[in-house]
Design a protein around this ligand. Structure first.
Ligand code: PEP
Length: 253
């Protein structure tokens, strides 16, 4: 059994301003954070360089910055997009891909997300890759089929080595931003199913070593109990990442 390092990501989504992000980062810079946790915060693209700069004088050297998206092509005529090499140029080592808001609102397919994930990894980035089911799938009892189809599209394009650059975030769509968190058992069961799928379809090693985060209305009130589950290796946090509660969530393991 390998020790998977506890991981907490903060997804600011399309929120924040110079002043608000400074407030959040100042709070993180002076906090007593669990040094055994890997922490990655993800502001909107406009603020990536600013956030990175603010973090450099803080006492928590384990905080990294993630983009919320990247394109699957090299620099060129792709108006509005950001390339992997541009993120690397800024010293950004992480990107969130496959978030349900991009899947649902922007219409990103499993295959497109897989190709962006592959491009990001090939360019030296690490990826927080998200999956998760809508409410009707949860109610129909077909969550495992749904999320394993999502991960199968990713597995098709990744080499075994590529998986060392991936952190999976299981985020049931009905729990995102709704205040309705999955039960500890629901999270554990789906994480276990994803891990078993990896063991069977990729390798035991990848299944044992890949971190699987839970995301969906995580707060400092529910994070401690969720973190006790054997297959919950951390969190991807949306709303609460904009608040001081994020520090408690990082320290909940
Ligand atoms: C997210 O956007 O990844 C998320 C989990 O949001 P929230 O924590 O607000 O539900």
């Amino acid at each position: 059994m390998c020790a998977r390092k506890f991981f907490v990501g903060g997804n600011f989504k399309m929120n924040g301003s110079l002043a608000q992000i400074k407030g959040i980062v100042d709070g993180l810079n002076s906090a007593d954070l669990n040094q055994n946790a890997e922490v990655v915060i993800s502001p909107p693209a406009l603020y990536l360089a600013y956030t990175k700069d603010l973090l450099k004088d803080g006492k928590n050297k384990n905080i990294e910055v993630a983009a919320q998206n990247v394109f699957n092509k090299g620099n060129g005529a792709f108006t509005g997009e950001i390339s992997v090499s541009q993120l690397s140029d800024l010293g950004i080592n992480w990107v969130i891909l496959g978030h349900s808001e991009r899947r649902q609102i922007l219409g990103e397919s499993d295959e497109f997300i897989a190709s962006k994930t592959k491009a990001a990894i090939d360019g030296g980035l690490q990826v927080i890759w998200c999956c998760g089911e809508p409410l009707e799938i949860r109610e129909a009892g077909t969550t495992t089929d749904y999320v394993t189809k999502q991960i199968a599209a990713l597995a098709k394009v990744l080499s075994p080595e590529d998986w060392t650059k991936v952190v999976i975030a299981y985020e049931p769509i009905w729990a995102i931003g709704t205040g309705k968190v999955a039960t500890t058992q629901q999270a554990q069961d789906t994480h276990k199913d994803l891990r078993e799928w990896l063991a069977k379809n990729v390798s035991e090693k990848v299944a044992n070593e890949t971190r699987i985060l839970y995301g969906g209305s995580v707060t400092d009130e529910n994070s401690k109990e969720l973190a006790t589950q054997p297959d919950v290796d951390g969190f991807l946090v949306g709303g609460a990442s904009l608040k001081p509660a994020f520090i408690k969530i990082v320290n909940s393991a």
